[in-house]
Design a protein around this ligand. Structure first.
Ligand code: R5P
Length: 307
């Protein structure tokens, strides 16, 4: 088994290799002045079981292309099987045709990965689980929810906790957290117009008065949804507000919004390179991804990991 690190998140790939007790595969990536990318696999991979770790981090589209070029190089070098681990999947929110004449880009990426030579895919906490169906090659979706739920349980007394979905799309996710934590559940109704990154909370179903609220979501991007939901919950009498969100993208004004907001703490993972902020608690998903890789290599069940 050889694990290669794409240039999007060498820290995570390194931690996965440490967990597996191996060294990352040797690779050289060159970016020329004309913006062309060259990837050279610097070791023999003939007939090997190869894994590549590449996440969606800026510059997102460059990293996608680098991954495709690496896959092509690995296949051309006769790797026996190539599995791509994409902890935060590129263009994951572009998963439906909710406007006329737009691309379902998450599906396009799935097609490109297969065309470039990927034999299997590992993804983590997709924006909508159905996106797994975009792949015509085997795809395992792993989840960091138990990792986050455990950290919340250790940090916050669950007696007064209520799990909150910041929009209807996160309701199923909130149900999972509520079950794991043994708490009640509330759901916010959020409205967003067109490409506007500003989200507005308009209604709540469930009781949060006098409770410690835990907002759960798949990703925090500009932080608009999170800050709006925090203010709304405090306005409804919540005692405190925390959040557990798998992909801490935190782009644009997110960190500034986090600083100004009344949110106490944000539990997130290193599925993308972690940003530094005093309110952030970053949990590593390297052991989870490492165990998944080991099980795939040994032909063992991945589902057993959740038991
Ligand atoms: C959208 O439905 C997602 O689950 C998140 O709520 C969204 O990505 C958060 O975006 P932002 O942080 O920019 O409000």
């Amino acid at each position: 088994m050889i694990v290669f690190a794409g240039s999007s998140h060498p820290g995570l790939a390194g931690a996965i290799c440490t967990h597996l007790g191996i060294r990352p595969g040797a690779l050289r990536t060159v970016r020329f002045s004309n913006e062309n990318i060259k990837v050279k696999v610097d070791q023999n991979v003939r007939d090997q079981d190869v894994f590549v770790v590449q996440t969606s981090a800026p510059p997102v589209s460059d990293h996608v292309l680098e991954l495709l070029i690496l896959l092509d190089a690995l296949k051309g070098a006769s790797a026996k099987r190539v599995t791509v681990a994409l902890p935060y999947y590129p263009y994951v929110r572009s998963d439906k045709k909710d406007e006329p004449r737009i691309s379902i880009t998450a599906r396009l990426i799935a097609d490109l990965l297969a065309a470039a030579g990927a034999d299997r895919i590992i993804v983590m906490d997709l924006h909508s689980p159905q996106t797994q169906g975009f792949f015509r090659i085997p795809a395992d979706q792993v989840t960091a929810v138990p990792v986050l739920a455990r950290a919340v349980k250790e940090a916050v007394p669950t007696g007064s906790l209520v799990v909150v979905a910041p929009d209807a799309g996160a309701a199923k996710l909130a149900e999972r957290y509520a079950r794991l934590l043994g708490t009640d559940l509330a759901i916010l109704e959020k409205q967003r117009h067109g490409d506007d990154e500003r989200a507005v909370a308009v209604r709540i179903v469930g009781e949060v008065g006098g409770r410690d609220a835990l907002i759960v979501d798949d990703e925090v991007s500009t932080g608009g949804t999170l800050v709006e939901a925090t203010d709304f919950l405090l306005g409804k009498g919540a005692k405190s507000v925390r959040a557990a969100i798998v992909h801490g993208v935190l782009c644009g004004p997110a960190l500034e919004r986090l600083t100004k907001s009344a949110l106490v703490e944000l539990f997130t993972t290193d599925s993308v390179p972690a940003r530094a902020h005093p309110k952030l608690r970053v949990l590593s998903v390297a052991p989870l991804l490492g165990d998944t890789i080991r099980r795939i290599h040994e032909g063992r069940s991945v589902a057993e990991l959740w038991d």
